[in-house]
Design a protein around this ligand. Structure first.
Ligand SMILES: [Zn+2]
Length: 483
């Protein structure tokens, strides 16, 4: 922080008080999470029509990739919002933070990213727009200011939950356009911090790219394929038996428009940093929580598989003078490593139990293979309970229900079309390196979980009627409304 000389004595005096947090000695931090954005849809362009121009999907992300490091192999822990965001803000994989299903929340005994930075003296502001970032799940922990910029479904809509009103709820949850409000609220808060000369950590969760795909006309026009069919970006239109390539291309173009609309607001936030003269002194990280399926395996959505279309995430890290501009990083980066990277670049120590690693090692050593990612997907109403590991070269999963394993060699089969399967006997005895690594992880995870602090006798919280309806309408509870 720049402190006028005249007030230095006062600052030193005040810093002796045990109540006052320390003066931060590191950059501001802006962490932006775009919900459901595939790695291969950021930092690239598409040609919507054969005779049309190439259109960049994410000009603001492109700018960050020129000014910072782009991670070409970044992965989440899973394929849905709640556990992956918990991994991002606690520095732990799902098996260790334990928030793997609905009605679970971040244990208050864990030090979240916001708590870590607040401990260092940063002011902390969180801005969210999707139901899983609700404070009920523990995400407000550590924030001085935590604001919902998404749809608040009015209570009377839930009270009169007749069939005819289902569409109202559906539309409120999905169709609200939130990027503008997210920008305005976060920009107002950042402006105030700059005015008051305070270091800040701002986290913004952007919901618009999550289905439904209902971007404004201006962005839709950029990616218009000239489609003449009857599919729209609203879920429920995708129930036909037969799917044609033009339908998929159209739905994908509507998704691109949502990403572009969000990126346009990220551009405005970057311009704000320029205007406030904070650009060189702010760590900016842009990522996503998981990807999205576009009928690659006859399915839409996410939270059904752990294939790379839902597991790979975009990731860019920019801090002038500290992170090399224009670096392209090949080593595998994990969503939870964002926690340790922010701690590293702000000079803060991570708690002992945090297994995440700073990604600095990857941009400093181009040969670094990155870090092995523990995977998890638990969806009881679909009888899914999987654990696994992903490295740059391979992915291995164990199905706890079917008692069967699957292995993919990603070097030879990057699209994951051919799995080698194995049974319990192999899991216990095989000398295959990937099966051995999985066996070791499954053996050690319970012990590692016991080493993570936890609050004794914590009960799962009750999801109230309003939140339940919102999550159901998104297909996350026992509804099959997932395409
Ligand atoms: Zn999500």
């Amino acid at each position: 922080m720049r402190v006028p000389a005249a007030s230095l004595a006062l600052v030193l005096l005040l810093s002796c008080s045990s109540e006052r947090p320390p003066e931060p000695d590191g950059p501001n931090v802006l962490l932006l999470s775009l919900d459901s954005v595939r790695a291969d849809h950021m930092g690239t362009s598409v040609q919507a029509r054969a005779d049309g121009p190439d259109v960049r999907i994410t000009p603001a992300f492109d700018r960050l990739a020129r000014e910072g490091a782009l991670f070409e192999n970044a992965v989440s822990t899973t394929s849905w919002t709640l556990p992956s965001h918990v991994a991002m803000v606690t520095g732990l994989p799902d098996a260790l933070h334990g928030v793997v299903d609905n009605a679970m929340s971040i244990d208050p005994a864990l030090e979240t990213l916001a708590e870590l930075l607040r401990r260092g003296g940063w002011r902390t502001g969180g801005f969210y727009s999707g139901p899983y970032l609700n404070p009920l799940f523990g995400f407000s922990q550590g924030f001085d200011h935590y604001e919902n910029c998404g749809s608040e479904v009015p209570f009377e809509v839930f009270e009169t939950n007749e069939l005819g009103r289902w569409k109202d709820i559906h539309q409120l949850s999905h169709e609200t356009v939130t990027s503008r409000d997210l920008y305005e609220s976060s920009a107002r808060w950042i402006r105030k911090r700059a005015h008051d000369g305070e270091r800040f950590f701002a986290m913004v969760h952007w919901w618009d790219p999550h289905y439904d795909y209902v971007a404004p006309a201006e962005q839709n026009a950029l990616f218009d394929t000239g489609y003449r069919g009857d599919w729209t970006g609203v879920r429920g239109s995708d129930r036909r038996q037969e799917v044609f390539p033009a339908d998929v291309a159209h739905v994908r173009s509507l998704y691109c428009a949502e990403i572009r609309y969000t990126d346009d607001h990220i551009a405005r936030l970057l311009e704000l940093l320029d205007e406030l003269d904070l650009e060189r002194d702010t760590l900016v990280i842009v990522t996503s929580d998981h990807g999205e399926e576009f009928y690659e395996r006859d399915r839409w959505g996410h939270q059904r598989t752990l294939f790379d279309e839902v597991l790979a995430i975009p990731l860019v890290v920019k801090l002038p003078g500290r992170v090399p501009a224009g670096a392209r990083v090949r080593g595998q980066a994990r969503i939870q490593d964002i926690y340790a990277t922010i701690a590293d670049l702000t000079g803060l120590d991570v708690p002992d139990y945090v297994s995440a690693k700073s990604l600095r090692a990857l941009w400093e050593d181009p040969e670094h293979p990155g870090f092995e990612q523990p995977l998890s997907l638990v969806v009881p109403h679909r009888e899914i309970d999987w654990s696994g590991l992903r490295t740059l070269e391979s992915k291995i999963l164990w199905d706890h229900v079917a008692k069967e394993g699957s292995f993919w060699n990603l070097g030879r089969d990057p699209e994951e079309y051919t799995a080698r399967t194995f049974g319990e006997e192999d899991l216990l005895t095989s000398e295959h390196p990937a099966i051995g690594a999985l066996r070791e992880w499954l053996d050690s995870a319970p012990r590692l979980r016991r080493e993570v602090p936890s609050t004794p006798n914590r009960q799962p919280f009750e999801i109230d009627a309003g939140l339940r309806m919102e999550l159901e309408s998104l297909g996350y509870l026992d509804s099959e409304d997932d395409g």
